[in-house]
Design a protein around this ligand. Structure first.
Ligand code: BGC
Length: 564
C-alpha cells in the first residue's frame, strides 16, 4: 500500500514509462499495459516511489500519443480501461503512486471536438474551442501570421472544406495536433471533466504537457524571424506570444483547487508536475507559487555540462529559487524527448541534449546538425551517467528516472531513416532526425531482439544487436551493473533520514573540480569531476560508489555516497 505521507511528492523518485517501448505483453511489437503490469514487481524491486506514464490514450500516433483522440479511454494498442485500473491497483498495492500525462495544449485532429469544429464552419461555437483564423492575402491563402511550429514548418494548417480552402487552425506542434483555445471557458470545462475522470479512478497526479504554452496572445502578433527556418521563432523567449502568458496563473490555480478538493474530502493527495521550459528561473518559479502547481520539471540538469563549476552553480541556483517559495526542486537527466544521458555524457559537448523546444540557440544548432555528428565514447558516458545518478539522487527534492536509465542504455544513433517515426523528422525534410533514438524498446532478457520485450514480434523500433549485456536479466545478478547501482542507491535513499527533501551544505575541502556536499544527519556525496583520483573525506565510510575505487581513492567521473 502507498504511504499515507501527504508530502510524498516532495522527495519522490518517479520512474517514467513510455508505454510504447516499455514492455510488450501481447507480442505485437508495441509495449502495452499488460506488459507494464508484468513489470510492476521489477519497478517495486528497483525501489521507485511513483511512476509517470506517458500518454496511453486513443491516438493516431502522429506524435507518439501526444495527439490525443479521447482523453478518457485507452488506446487499443495499449489495452483497455480495465487494464489501466489493474495497473493502478497493482502499483498502489506495491506502494507506488501513479502519475499520467495530461495533454491540455492540443488534441488530435481525430478528436470528436475538432472534427465537429471543422464541420461546423467559421464563426461557430465548435470552432471557438480551437484557434481558427482567416488567412492573410487576397484569398486568405497565407497563414494568419508568421508563427513556426516546434516540429518545423508553419504553425498554421489550412482547412479544406467542401467548397475548397477556407480558415486556418493553429498547431504549435504537428498539424495533426490542433491547439485548444484556453481563453474559452468551455475548454476549461472539458479538462475539468478529464482531470476528475482520472483523479476519481485513483491516479495520484498529472504531468502537464507543455504547461507553459496553453494561453496565446489573442492578437496573434508575429514573432521575430528565425534565420534557420524563415518563420517566426517557435521556441521560448521571454515575451513570446504563446509561452508563459499571464492567463496561466488562473488556469493553474483552478486546477490546484480541484486537486486539493480530493485531500479535503479525505481521498488522498492529487498532484501536478508541469513540463515547462520557461526562463528565467524566477519566471518558472511562479508556476509553483503557493496555490499554483505542486512541482515543475527543472530541466537545467539536462542542459548542464558535466563540469563541476557549472553543476554546482546550477544546483545552487535551483535550490535557492525553490526554497524561497517552499517548493521542492525536481531533477531530470533524461526523458523521451532528449538524448539518453549515457550517450550525452560521452560526447565532447555534454550539455546539449537533442530536444524540442529550448532556446533559439538550441534550435539553431539542431538545424545546423551540430550535435549528432559528434562521436560518442560510450564507456566514458556510462561512467559519468552512473556518477550523475548518484549526484541527482543525493540532491534535495524529487528525481525523475527515464525508463532504461537504470540499465545505462545508450541513445540508438543509427536507426535507419525508414523506421523513424518522430514528426520532426518528416516536418524538417529529415534535417532533424528526432527523438526515436531514446525510445527504442527496453531489453528485458535473452540474447537477441526483442530481448524479452514481447516474444518474437519485431519491436516498433529495432533494438541494436549488442544489447544482450544491457538487459535487465543480464544485469540482475551482477553487483557491478548499473541496475544494481540504482537498486542500491534507491534502497539507501528510501531509508536514510538525510535524503529526499531538505537542504545540503557544500564543503570546500576539495579542489575546484570535485563536488562534495553533506546532508544531515551524517551523509556525504562526493563527485570527482577532475582528471585525478581523490582521497575520501577523513573518517568517512562508503555507502555506495558509482564505480570501483582505486587504492581507496575515488577515480575521475565517479561519485560516492558516504556515512560520515
Ligand atoms: C512532450 C513531447 C511532445 C510535445 C507535444 C512535449 O513536451 O514531452 O514528447 O512531442 O510535448 O505534445
Amino acid at each position: 500500500m502507498t504511504s499515507p505521507d501527504p508530502s510524498w511528492w516532495r522527495s519522490a523518485v518517479v520512474y517514467q514509462i513510455y508505454p510504447r517501448s516499455f514492455a510488450d505483453g501481447n507480442n505485437d511489437g508495441t509495449g502495452d499495459i499488460p506488459g507494464m503490469i508484468e513489470r510492476l514487481d521489477y519497478l517495486r524491486d528497483l525501489g521507485v516511489d511513483a511512476v509517470w506514464v506517458s500518454p496511453w490514450y486513443p491516438s493516431p500516433m502522429a506524435d507518439g500519443g501526444y495527439d490525443v483522440a479521447d482523453y478518457c479511454d485507452i488506446d487499443p494498442r495499449f489495452g483497455t480501461l480495465a487494464d489501466a485500473d489493474a495497473f493502478l491497483a497493482g502499483a498502489h498495492e506495491r506502494g507506488m503512486r501513479v502519475l499520467i500525462d495530461l495533454v491540455p495544449n492540443h488534441c488530435s485532429i481525430a478528436h470528436p471536438a475538432f472534427r465537429a469544429a471543422v464541420a461546423a464552419g467559421p464563426g461557430s461555437a465548435e470552432r471557438a474551442l480551437f484557434h481558427f483564423a482567416d488567412g492573410r492575402g487576397p484569398a486568405g491563402e497565407l497563414p494568419p501570421n508568421n508563427w513556426g511550429s516546434l516540429f518545423g514548418g508553419p504553425a498554421w494548417e489550412r482547412v479544406i472544406g467542401p467548397d475548397g480552402p477556407e480558415q486556418w487552425y493553429l498547431h504549435m506542434f504537428a498539424p495533426e495536433q490542433p491547439d485548444w483555445n484556453w481563453a474559452n471557458p468551455d475548454v476549461v470545462a472539458v479538462f475539468d471533466d478529464v482531470i476528475r475522470f482520472w483523479f476519481d479512478r485513483g491516479v495520484d497526479g498529472l504531468r502537464v504537457d507543455v504547461a507553459d504554452g496553453l494561453a496565446k496572445d489573442a492578437a496573434y502578433p508575429d514573432t521575430p524571424v528565425d534565420p534557420a527556418t524563415g518563420l517566426g521563432i517557435a521556441s521560448f523567449y521571454p515575451g513570446h506570444p504563446w509561452w508563459n502568458q499571464p492567463e496561466l496563473d488562473a488556469i493553474q490555480r483552478h486546477w490546484r483547487e480541484l486537486a486539493d478538493g480530493y485531500a479535503e474530502h479525505g481521498m488522498g493527495e492529487r498532484i501536478f508536475v508541469c513540463e515547462a521550459n520557461t526562463k528565467p528561473l524566477e519566471a518558472l518559479m511562479r508556476f509553483v507559487d503557493p496555490g499554483r502547481m505542486h512541482t515543475t520539471f527543472n530541466f537545467d540538469m539536462l542542459w548542464c555540462e558535466w563540469e563541476a563549476g557549472s553543476l554546482r552553480a546550477m544546483i545552487d541556483r535551483n535550490l535557492i529559487a525553490h526554497a524561497a517559495i517552499g517548493a521542492p526542486t525536481t531533477w531530470v537527466l533524461g526523458n523521451h524527448d532528449s538524448t539518453r544521458v549515457a550517450t550525452r555524457y560521452g560526447k565532447p559537448e555534454t550539455g546539449k541534449p537533442f530536444t524540442l523546444g529550448g532556446t533559439p540557440e538550441a534550435w539553431a544548432y539542431r538545424f545546423a546538425e551540430y550535435f549528432w555528428p559528434q562521436p560518442t565514447d560510450i564507456e566514458l558516458g556510462r561512467r559519468r551517467a552512473r556518477a550523475a545518478a548518484l549526484l541527482e539522487l543525493a540532491l534535495p527534492g524529487t528525481t525523475y528516472v527515464y525508463q532504461g536509465e537504470e540499465l545505462g542504455l545508450p541513445e540508438v544513433e543509427d536507426l535507419p531513416d525508414d523506421v523513424l517515426d518522430d514528426p520532426s523528422f518528416f516536418r524538417t525534410g529529415g534535417r532533424i532526425r528526432g527523438r526515436d533514438g531514446c525510445r527504442v524498446p527496453l531489453p528485458w532478457s535473452g540474447t537477441t531482439a526483442p530481448y524479452g520485450n514481447g516474444r518474437d514480434a519485431s519491436p516498433w523500433l529495432p533494438q541494436p544487436d549488442v544489447w544482450a549485456d544491457l538487459s535487465a536479466a543480464a544485469q540482475d545478478g551482477d553487483p557491478d551493473s548499473t541496475l544494481s547501482l540504482y537498486r542500491r542507491a534507491l534502497a539507501i535513499r528510501s531509508t536514510h533520514p538525510a535524503l529526499g527533501d531538505g537542504t545540503l551544505a557544500w564543503s570546500d575541502d576539495y579542489p575546484g573540480h570535485v563536488l562534495y556536499f553533506t546532508r544531515e544527519p551524517g551523509f556525504g556525496c562526493l563527485v570527482n569531476l577532475s582528471t585525478e583520483p581523490v582521497d575520501l573525506p577523513t573518517g568517512s565510510r562508503v555507502l555506495v560508489a558509482s564505480g570501483p575505487l582505486s587504492d581507496g581513492k575515488v577515480p575521475p567521473d565517479t561519485s560516492v555516497w558516504l556515512d560520515r
